[in-house]
Design a protein around this ligand. Sequence first.
Ligand code: ATP
Length: 306
Amino acid sequence: MIKPIVVQEISKSYGAIEAVRDLSFEVEQGELFGLIGADGAGKTTLMRILITLLLADKGKAYIQGMDVVDDYKAIRKIIGYMPGRFSLYHDLSVEENLNFFASIFNTTVKENYHLIKDIYSHIEPFKTRPAGKLSGGMKQKLALSCALIHKPDILVLDEPTTGVDAVSRREFWDMLKKLKTMGVTILVSTPYMDEAGQCDRVALIQSGSILAIETPEAITQLFGRRLFAVRAANMFTLITSIEHLPGLKFTLAGQFINVYDEADRYNSETLLSLITAAGNTGVSITEVQPTIEDCFIKLMTKKPAA
Ligand code: ATP
């Protein structure tokens, strides 16, 4: 069966900056696939290559079996794209934006209303308002409606929830999951690690290279060590002593620090003894499950494969 998205050893540089390097992966039919990485990781560059707006220096990519270079016209008809930055016409009303995007794809809002109904119903009460005067979350819902109005097989969404409040972010992801059940294949990028857990599979990207491609559950298993949330009466002393204890690594986690041992030598009791012996008081230690963010930080410390 033809895969909706196939990426084979794609590379792209801007002068001396290697934005993406030898990326390869495939997305399955009806999959919600996440590209997870910090600003500048190369997510937008890869997406722009896939939606036929940018040429790769090297490698091949296919959308529903069609080459992104040779078959760009056919690909544009079956892809819906939502760029990271607000892409709509600020002076046109909500309704006018939607009608415009429908008309350039030779369709009408009426014809495909069923596809956008759940999303658009949130903003329909404001349909006469200029798009530029919508809230962040409403703008993203309108942009998603516009990306969907020509009934694309594949949706490519570049950081759709950046700058959107927590409630709207949750609503947005619920909508993506619903679209998935309708058979739409979705490639979505995000810098928010907590959103990675909503995807079927994620690719963790750093400096243009893929560190891992797995289901969110499998990514957390990659951590492969016990992880402990640790507090002490004096957090500064705690951090300083952890830095001096061989093999121990930590990341900041709110009021705690998350600590693991590279060789996984300690349980809660032995770690408590070690940290107390290092001069800390009021120490509390709880073993916790690693999150995708913990795994990402750990993988980032390894150099990506050349
Ligand atoms: P962001 O969310 O910040 O857009 P990203 O993961 O989408 O991050 P890209 O936008 O693809 O990453 O950028 C990858 C690298 O390429 C960055 O170092 C960026 O500065 C650089 N870059 C992107 N576009 C250009 C360009 N047109 N000219 C020069 N450098 C660029």
